[in-house]
Design a protein. Structure first.
Length: 279
């Protein structure tokens, strides 16, 4: 079974997101934990969460992926910004305890002229402050395209972060197809080779989710601009190979492609389901 969904607005709560997901043919979804450009999260409606959990069980919506706001920068040069990232992440993880088994994804951050080694150490420091031994949420580092001073542009940088995290069992990786393609990993012509490299450096057991996005840019551009599935440089054939690959087909896939409305995601989900080969 293909586990696939898309990014949905959380403005109307969890139950509304769950119903929208089912309406468009999804069996999972992703959402921002708070305003993606800001830091304030609205109060958690526990009745809505309880209703969602019942609905999710009935419709087999699992696992959902919570995306941290873009403003998080765990390796910022400004200590105040790092403290904001730490407090936001800790609050997000506490709130997600109400939906056990969720995934929490974040962009590692930008070192802003401090150097990648310093950035890696600061990111791990934040994770060591917020992770708890018995938390019900797995935290995912996202693969990045390598624009500017982004940390996480290579599998080696992600491994360096994980090596410094004390509670490593609480961690995983979210692979973004647009990011790795723009970052120089040829998932179109050499998917097996990329996955072998991932396994050697990070371990495929760490891979817990995939952001399924085409790219507006050519291979190795380090720019990160998402495109609709099959309309960009990666192409539809490659996505068919990705969702059917033996090492990937069991994972949850989350669409973050540019769409005018949720029905655009619905059409992509229908398209990808048509390409998926049931075992």
């Amino acid at each position: 079974m293909l586990i696939i969904g898309c990014h949905l607005s959380s403005s109307k709560g969890f139950l509304s997101m769950g119903k929208t997901a089912v309406d468009i043919g999804a069996n999972t979804f992703q959402f921002f934990t708070r305003n993606p450009r800001g830091g304030t999260a609205k109060p958690l409606d526990l009745e809505d969460v309880a209703a969602y959990r019942d609905f999710a069980k009935e419709h087999h919506l699992f696992p959902i992926l919570a995306h941290a706001p873009y403003t998080l920068n765990c390796c910022a040069a400004d200590p105040g910004l790092r403290d904001f990232a730490r407090r936001t992440m800790a609050d997000d993880l506490e709130r997600l305890e109400h939906i056990p088994g969720s995934l929490y994804n974040f962009h590692p951050g930008s070192h802003v002229k401090q150097g990648a080694e310093t950035g890696i150490a600061l990111i791990a420091e934040t994770l060591n402050q917020v992770l708890r031994p018995y938390q019900a949420t797995t935290v995912l580092l996202e693969t990045m395209a390598g624009k500017g001073s982004e940390v996480g542009r290579s599998f080696e940088e992600l491994r360096a972060i994980l090596d410094r995290v004390e509670l490593g069992d609480q961690m995983g990786i979210c692979l973004d197809t647009c990011h790795v393609f723009d970052g120089g990993y040829d998932i179109v012509s050499n998917l097996d080779g990329v996955l072998e490299e991932f396994d050697r450096i990070l371990g495929l057991g760490r891979l817990r989710a995939i952001h399924l996005n085409d790219s507006k840019n050519p291979f190795g551009s380090h720019k990160d601009r998402h495109e609709q599935i099959g309309q960009g440089s990666i192409g539809l054939e490659a996505f068919g190979q990705i969702i059917n690959h033996p090492a990937l087909r069991h994972l949850p896939f989350y669409l973050e492609t540019p769409q005018e409305d949720v029905w655009g995601y619905g059409r992509e989900i229908t398209l990808l389901r048509s390409l998926f080969q049931e075992a």
